[in-house]
Design a protein around this ligand. Structure first.
Ligand SMILES: Nc1ncnc2c1ncn2[C@@H]1O[C@H](COP(=O)(O)OP(=O)(O)O)[C@@H](O)[C@H]1O
Ligand SMILES: CC(C)(COP(=O)(O)O)[C@@H](O)C(=O)NCCC(=O)O
Length: 307
């Protein structure tokens, strides 16, 4: 274990020892059902990395519920606890949504009676038409491309347990917010929110979105690797776009593949890498846990914030 500033850093092998002895570990049956739902994550990672992470979240969640109970005793009121909100941050294409889906599944297994919901902040991007109007289409993903006011109000409604709350939806296939569609958040116990901006400080709003998070994870990797994952995902999006003219990638899929990849490399360099260096990476040291990935998405180190 290394101790640096406000973090402990553990090797993969050290972190693996933190699974709970009395906390249901992941069974083989669970692992095989995970595999069918999420081919990409190695089963070894589930045991070595995510099981201890689930244990840590369990401890934090238990403390959170106790603190909520203590406050309601102090106030002399009985209230339904506010949901526990987990934020997952990191670069475009680092694997946030994959990790978020896996965590949702693992937590659902750990707490079968709890409602665990997942949303992504992509839906809070301004629609392309609005980005064009504001001259921001080349800044998609940068802080000014999100409707932060809407995101803060959404988080506030979720945290205050104010009934059914709707989150706008984004689609990578149409490369835009989906008109008229939303995800429904309905009295959750735990909400996982993933997005490049979950740990960012606001430019104008009086409240930080990170104020709504009770636990946060930052996924970290060398930008050269993330570019490779971005291009691999781009390739997959091209492969599935061939037959669908409504797909944003259709014109790239039906044109010269090399030219399409040239364009994707340029977008990575001029948009997503820039965003990573200027706005996303500086938020890393606010996370409770930093998962550091190497080649093939293997997590080699875990950072744990000390205080
Ligand atoms: N643990 C993993 N193992 C293998 N591939 C992964 C893993 N996590 C993510 N990927 C792949 O990397 C790419 C980016 O992942 P994604 O979850 O879409 O990233 P993000 O949500 O951060 O943009 C996708 O093609 C995804 O399939
Ligand atoms: C919608 C996004 C900002 C969010 O990224 P995600 O974390 O979902 O990969 C990103 O995928 C994006 O579209 N960036 C703009 C540049 C581009 O890649 O086309």
């Amino acid at each position: 274990m290394k101790s640096e500033m406000n973090y402990f850093t553990f090797s993969r092998a050290e972190w693996a020892t933190f699974h709970a002895h009395n906390f249901a570990s992941v069974t083989d049956a669970e692992l095989s059902s995970l595999r069918s739902l999420n081919d990409e994550v190695s089963l070894d990672d589930v045991k070595t990395i995510y099981s201890p992470l689930r244990h840590l979240i369990h401890i934090r969640y238990r403390d959170y519920l106790q603190a909520e109970f203590n406050l309601s005793q102090f106030l002399g009121v009985r209230q339904r606890p506010h949901p526990f909100i987990i934020g997952i941050a990191g670069s475009v294409a680092v694997g946030k949504s994959t990790t978020a889906r896996l965590l949702q599944l693992l937590l659902s297994r750990a707490y079968p009676d709890k409602r665990i919901q997942l949303i992504t902040t992509d839906g809070f991007l301004y629609p392309n038409a609005e980005l064009i109007k504001r001259g921001l289409l080349d800044r998609k993903g940068f802080p000014e491309s999100y409707d932060m006011n809407l995101l803060i109000h959404f988080l506030n409604n979720v945290k205050n347990n104010s009934g059914i709350v709707r989150a706008p939806k984004y689609s990578h296939q149409i490369y835009d917010v989906v008109p008229g569609e939303s995800d429904i958040i309905d009295h959750p116990d735990i909400v996982i929110v993933e997005g490049i901006n979950v740990l960012q400080l606001p430019s104008q709003e009086p409240i930080y979105i990170s104020d709504y998070f009770d636990f946060s994870v930052y996924i970290d990797a060398d930008p050269t690797l993330i570019e490779q994952w971005y291009l691999e995902r781009f390739g997959m999006l091209l492969d599935t776009a061939f037959t669908d003219p409504t797909n944003y990638y259709y014109r790239y899929a039906s044109g010269d593949r090399e030219a399409a990849f040239k364009m994707a490399r340029r977008v990575w360099r001029d948009v997503n890498l820039k965003n990573l260096n200027e706005y996303i990476l500086p938020t890393k040291n606010r996370a409770d846990v930093i998962l550091h990935k190497t080649a093939h998405h293997l997590i080699d180190e875990v950072g744990l914030r000390k205080f």
